[in-house]
Ligand binder design. Structure first.
Ligand code: A2P
Length: 324
C-alpha cells in the first residue's frame, strides 16, 4: 500500500492556502493526518478539507512533532520564524514565500526545469519560486538544454491575486466605485508598473526576484532585465519574454520545443484561458527584432496554482516518487 504522510498547511485560511487545500484534495495527495495553521485571529475556525472538518490552529507555542510535509504560505516573516522550527522537528518544508529562495542550502525548484535539485537540500527546506518566474520559465526547458540562454528580458502583467486577499478585494472594491485600501492607485483603472519597493539600480523587489531566481534555477549567469507591472485582472499572470540564445535557433521548431514542458494554446494565450488550469500556456513565438539568435514568446499561467500551490505540491510529489 502506498505510504501516507502527515501534512500541514501554514497560512491555510489565505488565498494561496485555500489553493493548497484544493490542490491536495484534487490530486489525491496521500495524506494520513492533516493540520491547518493560520494567525491567532483564525485559530478555532473550521476548514473543510477532503470531506472532513479541521480546526485551524495557531503557530505560537504549538507542537509540530509528527508532521512529515509542511506547505508554508503565510508570508516571509512567518516562514523565517517557523520554517526552521518545523524543519528541525522533522518536517520537509516547502515554502512559498521569498524567505529562503536566495539561501544556498535551499533548492529553488520548478519541477519541469530542475526537479533533481530537491536532493541538494541541506536544511529540509525547499523554496517555491516567485509566481512570475515559474510562469516565464516553464516553456524554456528544452530551449535551455538545446541552445543555451544568454540573455532574457521579462515584462510581466500580474493579476491582483498575486497580492493575496488584499489585492483581490481592492480590485473588487474599486471596480464598484469604492476606494481601495491596499494599492496606492485605483487598480481598476490603471496598470501599476512597480511591484514592491525599489531596491537597487532602480529595480523593484519583484523584478530582482525574477532576475536572481532565474539565475539560481537555470544555474547560469544569464543577463536579465525585468519590468513587473500589476494589472487590473483578478487572476493569472502573463509574461512577455525575449530570449537571446547561445547558439542559432530555428524559429519554426521552437513551439514544438516549448511544448515539451508547457502547453501550446489553440489561440493566443490569455489570463482568462489559464484561470483554474494547471498548465502554463505559451504563444506568440516569433523571431527577436533585437537579438541575432533570439526569439520572443508570451506565457500565461494561474499564479495561484502553477505559480504557487500546484508547483509546491508537484515538488512534494516528485520527492515522494523518487525517494525509496
Ligand atoms: P489569517 O487568515 O488568520 O490572517 P493572504 O496572503 O491571502 O492574505 O493569506 C495570508 C495567510 O497567512 C492567511 O492564512 C493568514 O492567516 C496567514 N498568516 C498571516 N500572519 C500570520 C501569522 N503571524 N501566523 C500564522 N499565519 C499567519
Amino acid at each position: 500500500m502506498c505510504k501516507k504522510y502527515n501534512v500541514a498547511v501554514v497560512g491555510a485560511t489565505g488565498l494561496i492556502g485555500g489553493k493548497f487545500l484544493e490542490t491536495l484534495e484534487k490530486r489525491r495527495f496521500p495524506i494520513n493526518n492533516f493540520r491547518a495553521f493560520a494567525s491567532e485571529k483564525s485559530a478555532g475556525k473550521i476548514l473543510r478539507f477532503n470531506g472532513s472538518n479541521y480546526i485551524v490552529e495557531k503557530l505560537d507555542g504549538n507542537d509540530f512533532s509528527g508532521i512529515d510535509i509542511a506547505f508554508f504560505s503565510a508570508g516571509k516573516d512567518v516562514s523565517l520564524k517557523y520554517a526552521p522550527i518545523f524543519a528541525e522537528t522533522g518536517a520537509l518544508v516547502i515554502d512559498n514565500s521569498s524567505a529562503f529562495r536566495g539561501d544556498e542550502d535551499v533548492p529553488l525548484v520548478i519541477p519541469e526545469i530542475n526537479a533533481a535539485d530537491v536532493f541538494k537540500r541541506k536544511k529540509n527546506v525547499i523554496a517555491n519560486p516567485n509566481c512570475s518566474t515559474i510562469i516565464a520559465l516553464v516553456p524554456l526547458k528544452k530551449i535551455l538544454e538545446k541552445y543555451g540562454v544568454k540573455s532574457l528580458v521579462f515584462s510581466t502583467y500580474q493579476a491582483v491575486s498575486g497580492s493575496g486577499m488584499k489585492g483581490v478585494s481592492d480590485l473588487l472594491l474599486t471596480r464598484q466605485g469604492f476606494s481601495g485600501k491596499f494599492y496606492p492607485y485605483d487598480i481598476s483603472e490603471t496598470v501599476i508598473p512597480q511591484i514592491g519597493e525599489i531596491v537597487e539600480d532602480g529595480y523593484a523587489e519583484e523584478e530582482l526576484k525574477m532576475i536572481n531566481e532565474t539565475r539560481k534555477i537555470t544555474g547560469r549567469n544569464v543577463k536579465i532585465s525585468a519590468t513587473c507591472a500589476r494589472v487590473p485582472i483578478e487572476n493569472c499572470h502573463g509574461v512577455s519574454v525575449e530570449v537571446e540564445t547561445e547558439t542559432p535557433i530555428d524559429v519554426s521548431t521552437l513551439a514544438a520545443e516549448a511544448e515539451y514542458s508547457a502547453a501550446r494554446y489553440k489561440r493566443i494565450p490569455t489570463a482568462y484561458d489559464a484561470n483554474g488550469k494547471n498548465e502554463v500556456y505559451f504563444g506568440r513565438i516569433r523571431k527577436s527584432g533585437v537579438f541575432k539568435n533570439g526569439f520572443s514568446y508570451f506565457a500565461v499561467g494561474d499564479n495561484t496554482l502553477k505559480g504557487a500551490a500546484l508547483n509546491a505540491v508537484q515538488i512534494a510529489e516528485y520527492i515522494i516518487k523518487n525517494t525509496r
